[in-house]
Ligand binder design. Structure first.
Ligand SMILES: Nc1ncnc2c1ncn2[C@@H]1O[C@H](COP(=O)(O)OP(=O)(O)OP(=O)(O)O)[C@@H](O)[C@H]1O
Length: 553
């Protein structure tokens, strides 16, 4: 009985009172898995016709029973399946008026069980409607589950984990939240940090800090402290001592360093977030990550959140060892980890197919992909022609080697394009100055390496160019995801040599997207062959729409 099975699975995750044989979380996962295996498919909240209104209830049971006032999802007034078709939502936030394809499903943040103070702050910052992944992740984390969040680039994963955290700790937390706080006699020391958020780059770390500060508001900014590498360490340590923040956000090396120096107390940490987790698993971060994981308390006593647009199976393995009965949260879908196939939930290294439909789930659907074949020595000129033909205003060009960036910048500037290089060898100040100039439109082209591929949120970016081929489809996805954020239109152009076209074709298959061949001649963007008509309608004209929108924001 598939319908019954699905409903039961929904009820379990949604926190409905369960029959006594599934009254504990462990039981429920086992039961859940059994039913889900019978049913063969992931849990879908919206498709089963439940609204995500949350109400306080008492008597929560099971492993998570330390949540005395837990929340439960209630049925919508009309108890029948709601359409899962993506609604067209007009953005209410000032700078995001151009959102056309925003993947929202819950109608408001208040439906998700967030405390009133936090909702007020969200509204004053212009956040009115949660995205799909936020609609799925917020109630799940509020229900005290460990999660792996996977959703395409620019879909709002940061707020998806920040909001449930801020509703449990810090100045905006739910006044009725009865989770043991550090002052409740929970055995924690006064200066213990309550949430540790780790990101692989300084830029991403700083971006997350800004997002937390925005939500907290100016009077509460001190509740969060950045601990990113490249910045003055003693100042960071001073700030920790003086401000006693509840949240720290930083890069693995710096967090590990300050922790090893005994200046950061994270043993009582209640939330550990690993953003861009697949990157954090890389060899470079191994030692620092080990230190962090060894000093954030027991996994049963904290909630662990792993996040990325690309989730290879290594992440699933890491989640199993670092977190406690985690679930995989995707937009409109929550799946127990034991049901995730060994190929991974989003295996962008394998061809997209019926059996691997999720390969394309790391890319925003609104993106258009093209490639252009040129000789090696004409690549930079092709980039220049591409920028002009698209009339793009905010362009990120990716290369593989830091040494070549400067040369490209010189060539572009010599042809009248404002450009700058961004890479890890620049100091923190230099990097942030360039980012500022790029964001405020002083620079038209940012020439960069893999450093900028992960997590950077520059909503105005209307064109991404691969001046060198990315090493694989995962890298392609993260680079491409710097444009087309939150439902905006975006264009990705890969400039390559004839001998590299087969690599583009391979990534096309793995990602499950069409990458059309194109040229830039006489200031025009020309799509080759039969693809021309289709793309001219919504690609070329789309690009000029996009550019106008980018200009107006
Ligand atoms: N509910 C919302 N309403 C309006 N804007 C939102 C909402 N949620 C997030 N945003 C904005 O959308 C943009 C993208 O969000 P975010 O950076 O969290 O995406 P992401 O999924 O983490 O992307 P990536 O995978 O590239 O890291 C940000 O500018 C953020 O402020």
């Amino acid at each position: 009985m598939p319908a019954l099975a699905s409903t039961t699975r929904l009820l379990i995750l949604a926190g409905y009172s369960l029959p006594s044989h599934v009254s504990t979380w462990r039981h429920s996962v086992r039961f859940f898995s059994r039913v889900a295996k019978e049913h063969q498919g992931p849990l879908t909240l919206a498709s089963l016709g439940f609204s995500s209104q949350l109400e306080a209830t008492t008597g929560s049971t099971g492993k998570r029973s330390n949540v005395e006032n837990s929340v439960k999802l209630t049925r919508s007034p009309v108890d029948r399946p709601r359409s899962i078709a993506t609604p067209v939502v007009k953005a209410t936030r000032g700078s995001v008026d151009d959102i056309e394809l925003a993947p929202f499903s819950a109608k408001s943040f208040s439906e998700l069980g967030l405390p009133p103070l936090l909702i007020e702050r969200l509204e004053s910052e212009g956040f009115k409607v949660p995205t799909d992944v936020q609609s799925a992740a917020i109630p799940t984390i509020l229900k005290d589950h460990d999660v792996v969040i996977q959703s395409y680039t620019g879909s709002g994963k940061t707020l998806a984990y920040l909001l449930p955290i801020l509703s449990r700790i810090g100045p905006l937390k739910d006044a009725n939240s009865t989770l043991k706080s550090k002052d409740d006699g929970g055995g924690k020391r006064k200066n213990d940090i309550e949430a540790v958020i780790v990101a692989p780059s300084r830029e991403l770390g700083m971006q997350i800090v800004r997002e937390v500060e925005n939500i907290l508001g100016p009077e509460n900014k001190r509740a969060v402290q950045q601990l990113v590498g490249g910045a003055n360490r003693s100042r960071q340590e001073e700030a920790l001592k003086k401000n006693k923040p509840v949240i720290v956000v930083g890069t693995p090396g710096r967090i590990a360093e300050i922790s090893a120096a005994g200046k950061l107390h994270t043993h009582g940490c209640r939330f550990l977030v690993l953003d861009e987790v697949d990157e954090l698993l890389s060899f470079n971060f191994r030692e620092a990550m080990r230190r962090i994981l060894d000093h954030v308390g027991r996994k049963s006593e904290r909630r662990t959140v792993l996040v990325s647009a690309t989730v290879p199976f290594a992440v699933i393995r890491a989640a199993r060892s670092w977190s406690d009965d985690p679930v995989l949260v995707q937009a409109k879908k929550v799946t127990p980890l034991e049901l995730v196939p060994p190929s991974g939930p989003v295996d962008s290294t394998q061809p997209a197919s019926d059996s691997n439909p999720s390969a394309s789930q790391s890319l925003p659907p609104s993106l258009k992909h093209y490639y252009s074949v040129v000789k090696l020595q004409h690549k930079v000129d092709a980039l220049r022609r591409c920028v002009h033909a698209m009339d793009a205003k905010c362009v990120i060009a990716f290369m593989n080697h830091t040494k070549q960036l400067k040369d490209v910048v010189y060539k572009l500037e010599a042809r009248g394009l404002n450009a700058a290089e961004l890479h890890g060898d620049l100091g923190k100040l230099g990097r942030s100055t360039i980012m500022k100039k790029f964001k405020n439109g002083e620079l038209r082209v940012l020439v960069t390496n893999e450093l900028s591929a992960r997590g950077l949120d520059i909503p105005e970016c209307d064109l991404v160019v691969n001046l060198d081929l990315p090493t694989d489809s995962v890298h392609y996805a993260h680079r491409a995801g710097r444009t087309g954020r939150l439902g905006r239109k975006g264009i990705v152009v890969t400039i390559c040599e004839e001998s590299q076209v087969f690599v583009v074709r391979k990534m096309e298959k793995q990602l499950g997207v069409a990458i059309h061949s194109c040229e830039f001649t006489e200031g025009k963007f020309v799509i080759d062959g039969e693809e021309k008509e289709e793309s001219t309608m919504d690609g070329v004209s789309g690009s000029s729409d996009m550019v106008q929108q980018a200009c107006s924001t």
